[in-house]
Ligand binder design. Structure first.
Ligand SMILES: NC(=O)c1ccc[n+]([C@@H]2O[C@H](COP(=O)([O-])OP(=O)(O)OC[C@H]3O[C@@H](n4cnc5c(N)ncnc54)[C@H](OP(=O)(O)O)[C@@H]3O)[C@@H](O)[C@H]2O)c1
Length: 247
């Protein structure tokens, strides 16, 4: 049994990771930004389905460093330490580069990249004190470049540099840092940002000819957080159905 912290656990992939972690016997703290009702519903689900596990939720904007420190401390106290952190919270704001506003650039970088750094920095301090831990960042196949997503692609590529650096700085202290790279999954993010024709296009290019199911990502995330993944460090692990390229 481990203690796991997930940012952006109220919906989508994060929610699936929270549920899978609880089902696998872990205690979980997760955050939401605005969707309090969705977060409360997940806590209620845990109370019914995994009553022996702790499931705690916190409001947090990962782009606010003071809030990250405060909530991070609260989580560490409530769970009496944390073993694995999933920097999952992320947003899109798609625009062609020539039309991209400063606001769209800043907002996406601030949440996806800077916010993940703030969270990782806070828990690294705890991991150094406890003798180890797992950091997992949520990348994207967009990190290789994707039209209309200069901000998002840059944020996800930045996470690769961040994870690989942390893997080197803190590997000697028993801390691993990796990036999980999802392909396309049906969540609010893809529902809201991708036209059906666009999804159909990518389904055709995916060797498995479908989008992923959230549980398929969550299982890999749990493995990467586990003791069995103790020698996986500084890696990008694709969960893409074989779709490793996007235009
Ligand atoms: N879905 C895919 O196919 C796909 C593919 C590749 C990568 N990803 C990555 O996977 C992660 C999750 O994506 P998703 O599809 O599950 O997205 P989603 O359904 O839109 O959920 C996003 C989650 O992030 C939270 N969040 C948003 N902004 C935040 C902030 N500033 N601070 C803290 N939390 C914040 C949201 O909270 P509220 O519920 O309160 O709004 C929500 O829990 C993202 O990093 C995304 O880039 C997704």
């Amino acid at each position: 049994m481990s203690r796991i912290f997930v940012t952006g656990g109220s919906r989508g992939l994060g929610r699936g990771i929270v549920k899978a972690a609880l089902n696998a016997g872990h205690d979980v703290a997760f955050t939401y930004l605005q969707q309090r009702a969705a977060a409360d519903e997940l806590v209620a689900w845990a109370r019914t389905n995994t009553p022996e596990r702790r499931c705690l939720t916190y409001a947090l904007d990962v782009g606010d460093p003071a809030a990250v420190e405060r909530v991070g401390d609260e989580v560490l106290e409530a769970l009496d330490g944390v073993d694995g952190v999933v920097c999952n919270a992320g947003i899109v704001d798609n625009q062609l580069a020539v039309q991209m506003t400063d606001e769209a650039w800043d907002r996406v970088l601030r949440t996806n990249l800077t916010g993940s750094f703030y969270v990782a920095r806070h828990f690294l301090m705890a991991f150094l004190g406890s003798g180890g831990g797992r950091l997992l960042f949520m990348g994207s196949i967009a990190q290789g470049g994707l039209s209309g997503q200069a901000n998002y692609a840059a944020s996800k590529a930045g996470l690769v540099g961040l994870a690989k650096t942390l893997a080197k700085e803190y590997g000697p202290k028993g801390i691993t840092a990796n990036v999980v790279v999802p392909g396309f999954f049906e969540t609010d993010m893809t529902r809201e940002s991708m036209a059906e024709s666009h999804k159909q296009f990518w389904r055709q290019f995916c060797p498995l000819e479908r989008m992923g199911e959230v549980r398929e990502l969550a299982e890999v995330v749990l493995f990467l957080l586990s003791e069995q993944a103790s020698f996986v460090n500084g890696q990008e692990i694709g969960v893409t159905g074989g779709l490793d390229w996007a235009r």
